[in-house]
Design a protein around this ligand. Structure first.
Ligand SMILES: [Zn+2]
Length: 228
């Protein structure tokens, strides 16, 4: 992992002004690189202001996400259809704090264990779905959200191509110890095309990426100021 972190520092230099914005992107609520996980929780009051319904097939319900991410999702689904003939569907997008709380409490009741529930469902405030930048996706008339999606031709294509549209596979199997979440090949997170391309190339979780970038930027500023 250490040589990957060195590689991330090198990426910073190639990003130029984008690199300089990274601390802000990480710490400004509303920026595309904002990190939410078990250690960085959102307040129950946070709700994005630019939620829209993406113009894509949906499995059910009123599915929304933030405008920029919704447009990127439309492009991703369109490319899947045009390049491969795959029909993808949106399953779950933005979720409010209250909705996440209800899902979480139901999982605790069903599993009978807070520990088990926590690995499967984010406690309220710690879900990326509250950011409006995450979408759970599946195949047309697929059988719900499960790890087998990652082995389908659609899932394999998404894993190799989502970054072209600004999305990353957020919870890979080998990252569970860092992300705190079980493998979720269906959960894609919008971070913007530039960061998604780097995350795909480096093959590291968002936690490692933002930590390393923030540190590199801090070092750079101590050594002589950030590029303007
Ligand atoms: Zn999800």
């Amino acid at each position: 992992m250490l040589n990957r972190i060195v590689a991330i520092a090198a990426v910073l230099l190639s990003l130029g002004n984008l690199g300089a914005q990274t601390i802000a992107d990480r710490t400004n609520l509303g920026a595309s690189l904002f990190l939410v996980n078990r250690d960085f929780a959102l307040s129950q009051d946070y709700a994005p202001e630019d939620l829209v319904r993406p113009n894509v097939r949906t499995q059910y319900g009123n599915i929304t996400m933030r405008r920029e991410a919704a447009e990127a999702l439309e492009e991703l689904f369109k490319a899947a259809k045009e390049e491969q003939g795959f029909v993808l569907e949106a399953v779950s997008g933005y979720r409010s704090f209250a909705r996440q709380k209800a899902i979480y409490n139901r999982k605790i009741r069903n599993t009978g264990s807070v520990d088990k529930a926590q690995l499967l469902v984010a406690p309220p405030g710690t879900s990326e779905h509250q950011l409006g930048l995450a979408m759970d996706i599946g195949r047309k008339s697929g059988s719900g959200l499960n790890a087998s999606f990652g082995k389908t031709k659609e899932g394999l294509w998404v894993a190799e191509n989502a970054h072209r549209f600004g999305f990353v596979i957020r919870y890979k199997e080998e990252w569970t110890g860092i992300t705190g979440y079980a493998y979720e090949p269906w959960h894609i997170r919008y971070v913007g095309k530039e960061h998604a391309a780097q995350l795909y190339r480096l093959d590291v979780p968002l936690e490692i990426y933002v930590d390393a970038l923030s540190e590199a930027i801090l070092n750079q500023s101590l050594l002589g100021g950030l590029p303007q």
